[in-house]
Design a protein around this ligand. Structure first.
Ligand code: ADP
Ligand code: MG
Length: 754
């Protein structure tokens, strides 16, 4: 079987242009949606299915509903079943005014008419429909004043193609209009305005994909070895594709989708496994001698004992360092778990071996902060730490670059600018990346090239949910600091409204009288840094003159020069300042254990992980710490103000719900992993990592948030396969090699590193 596969090109890798019904125009638009090959098209799966068995005429629906409204509608089985009516839009209009306005659409078929109603979002719905177009409307029926209605039904446009359809050379063999009327499930494909313009509405996709499936399915090669099919109890690729696009019943959909999801995950993980295997077995790294005299000196100088978790992680790292294979390790640990000490300890081992170590931070402010932290931890230990950032004067910069090149700079702290051209290292052997989601797999690869395969430790300050770390960092070994230093008390977090501010101030004053210090943080709103600054300055002056005239306040914001920032921070550290008023510049890296109160103003404006980071600035000493989230009762006010524009009002309400979830999550838990999970749910993976450039893979069928079990299994299978057969030489793995060769060229190269 495999010999056939090796000689004939895999049909899945063919470009879609040769398909019936796909001309240049469509191909161009589809490309924008990531559909270029037959594989892409076949994995373009329906968004949902219209269940033919639930389709009724309006008359049938009326009889079902009115025969015995109470009984019928209260019966669980019936209530849970949605009915679908296929009809055309007869008319629509907005009724009522202001808050009470609603959108009413009259749907009709051969047997009668009924209403569809939406409360709110009127402006939006108004633009959505056209008189005469055909809709499939699903929901549970109800009635008002004897009129049959669907309230907030789900709607699918199933109109036949619009005027701009490309000419088809042949009538498709599948008549979907018939399918719709005769039985089974009708797939509804995701579409968009742009796709619709070239005739690729849901119906258009049905035709194109239907055609391709009919013609090409017999030529689709199985992509997985038989032993995996039986281990995972998954069906053949051909069957899965057939059933996902031509479903006969809901019951076979689950296993078909599962098969396609597994396929996506498996090939993603195979690539990671090959990469990791390539690094581990084919590349030679540095084999450090772990004498750790300097590291011991450091640990002995600390005023605290390392936690068990820190010790365990240091052991993981030093084992990797002493091996001749390059280390690629991810260190996860919540804010305040003490990652810095761990990183520094391992950097000292590199230094002791005569190598340079680099500590890379995501921003310049952080790099400055880190270089200070490292320098103060190394007080009395003879190691040269240098900071390299863009803001330095030419002369100083030249001086530093020189130090780096000669090797007298033993630890170099900076941002990704460290890896630009012009920065030459004498002997780079160890790289620590404090990354906070900001660098993807590719960036990591490029920086490794600066040294002779230096060992790399990636630290994540905001914990990444496990599912994501498996996809993003699947090629790394992982160590977790799952324990906070012993003397820490969990931070108490409360939500207070602006109206309760006076009592918050009293509370803060009481704590300060007990010897503590506090932060007041104001949000930075991107649109206008100037205005923000003004807000922080105004608040600072107000707090100083009207609220705490007898206390010392300091102001910290991004516009200050680094000397000014230093000075304020130093005074805060020395307890010359009671309250530090700040913008989010203090989000990371600041470490004043006596500061035990964090007041966050307009907390509803912050993202979850940002709130968690800010909260992490307190709870660093042995005193009980508090985080007070101040929020306006902004919702009601805003909603009222926007009531004339229902769309905006609804957006505001959605925004509020999200903000409430965020604030509630903060109050409920201190666990960074839980917070990250919620954050991910609220924002979605793309947004979670800032932008798409994050290197986060996108799956068409699978969902990394919900298909976690399958992801785990695919990962285990893929890694086991590569471990057993790293060059995919065994006959049963020919299908995998072949699939990689035709669909994942990049990975195929990895495989041949041997
Ligand atoms: P992270 O980078 O993981 O957020 P840090 O490394 O900045 O955390 O450590 C937070 C604070 O805890 C620092 O003041 C650090 O000196 C202190 N710290 C680190 N390890 C311990 C420990 N084992 N016991 C007590 N304090 C510790
Ligand atoms: Mg840190």
């Amino acid at each position: 079987m495999s010999s056939v596969a090796l000689t004939s090109p895999n049909i899945l890798s063919q470009p879609i242009q040769f398909l019936k019904g796909i001309g240049e125009r469509r191909a161009d638009v589809l490309k924008k949606f990531g559909v270029q090959t037959v594989h892409d098209l076949f994995f373009y799966v329906p968004r949902r299915y219209l269940d033919r068995t639930s389709i009724v005429t309006i008359e049938q629906l009326r009889q079902t509903y009115f025969r015995s409204p109470d009984q019928t509608m209260n019966e669980a089985a019936d209530v849970q079943k949605d009915f679908t009516v296929v009809g055309d839009v007869r008319s629509f209009r907005v009724m009522g005014m202001g808050k009470k306005s609603r959108f009413v659409l009259i749907l009709g078929d051969d047997t009668g008419t009924m209403q569809c109603i939406w409360f709110g979002g009127v402006q939006y719905w108004k633009t959505k429909f056209q008189i005469g177009e055909t809709l499939a409307v699903s929901g549970q029926p109800s009635a008002f004043g004897g009129v049959l209605q669907f309230v907030h039904p789900s709607v699918d446009r199933i109109a036949e193609r619009n005027a701009e359809i490309e000419v088809q050379e042949e009538t498709p063999q599948v008549d979907w209009t018939k399918t719709l009327n005769t039985g089974g499930l009708v797939p509804l494909y995701p579409s968009s305005k742009e796709l619709e313009r070239v005739g690729l509405d849901s119906g258009g996709f049905r035709r194109v994909i239907g055609n391709a499936i009919q013609k090409l399915l017999p030529r689709v090669d199985e992509s997985l070895p038989p032993y995996l099919l039986s281990r995972q109890k998954i069906i053949a690729l051909r069957d899965a594709l057939q059933r996902v696009h031509f479903p006969k019943g809901m019951d076979e959909l689950g296993e078909s989708l599962r098969r396609l999801k597994y396929d996506e995950f498996f090939y993603f993980q195979i690539k990671l496994a090959l990469r990791r295997n390539g690094i581990k077995t084919e590349m030679n790294g540095i084999s450090f001698k772990v004498q750790s005299k300097l590291a011991r000196q450091l640990v002995d100088s600390l005023s605290f004992k390392l936690t068990q978790a820190q010790i365990r992680v240091i052991k993981d790292i030093t084992e990797d360092m002493s091996s001749s294979k390059p280390m690629n390790r991810l260190l996860q640990g919540d804010v305040g778990s003490g990652k810095t000490i761990v990183a520094l300890t391992s950097m000292l081992i590199a230094v002791e071996n005569g190598y340079q170590a680099v500590f890379m931070a995501p921003t310049e402010i952080l790099a400055e902060q880190h270089s200070k932290t490292l320098a103060s931890l190394l007080k009395g230990i003879d190691v040269n730490v240098r900071l390299l950032v863009g803001a330095q004067r030419t002369k100083l910069r030249r001086d530093i670059l020189d130090d780096v090149q000669r090797g007298s700079a033993q630890i170099v702290v900076g941002t990704h600018a460290l890896f630009e051209k012009g920065v030459e290292f004498a002997n780079l052997g160890y790289v620590v990346i404090d990354e906070q989601h900001r660098f993807g797999v590719l960036q990591r690869q490029s920086l490794q090239k600066k040294g002779a395969n230096p060992d790399v430790l990636v630290m994540t300050a905001t914990p990444i949910p496990r599912t994501l770390s498996l996809t993003l960092y699947g090629d790394l070994d992982v160590s977790i600091i799952n324990e906070l230093p012993k003397d820490r008390k969990p931070i108490k977090t409360v939500l207070r409204y602006e109206e309760e501010k006076a009592s918050v101030f009293t509370f803060v004053r009481d704590e300060i009288n007990k010897g503590r210090q506090a932060y007041f943080v104001y949000p930075l709103v991107e649109e206008s840094e100037k205005l923000d600054l003004k807000a922080a300055t105004v608040h600072y002056e107000q707090l100083q003159s009207a609220v705490f005239p007898d206390l010392k306040l300091g102001l910290l914001h991004g516009r200050l020069s680094s000397e000014e920032k230093d000075e304020v921070m130093q005074r805060f550290k020395n307890k010359e300042i009671h309250i530090l008023v700040a913008t989010t510049v203090i989000e990371v890296g600041i470490d004043v254990p006596n500061a035990s109160i964090m007041v966050i103003e307009n907390a509803e404006r912050f993202g979850l992980s940002q709130l968690h980071q800010l909260r992490g600035r307190v709870g660093r000493g042995s005193e009980q710490s508090f985080c007070i989230l101040l929020s306006k009762k902004w919702i009601a006010a805003k909603a009222n103000r926007l009531s004339a524009d229902p769309v905006k009002m609804h957006e505001a309400i959605d925004e509020q719900r999200l903000a409430e979830r965020r604030l509630a999550t903060m109050v409920q838990t201190n666990d960074g992993f839980k917070i990250a999970e919620v954050d991910l749910q609220l924002r979605g993976p793309g947004d979670f990592f800032g932008t798409r450039q994050s290197g986060l893979p996108e799956f068409r069928v699978a969902d990394i948030l919900t298909d976690t079990v399958l992801l785990d299994e695919a990962r285990r299978d893929a890694f086991e396969l590569v471990e057993k057969d790293p060059h995919l030489k065994l006959p049963e793995h020919h299908v995998v090699a072949e699939h990689l060769r035709s669909l994942h060229r990049d990975a195929f190269a990895l495989m041949k590193i041997a």
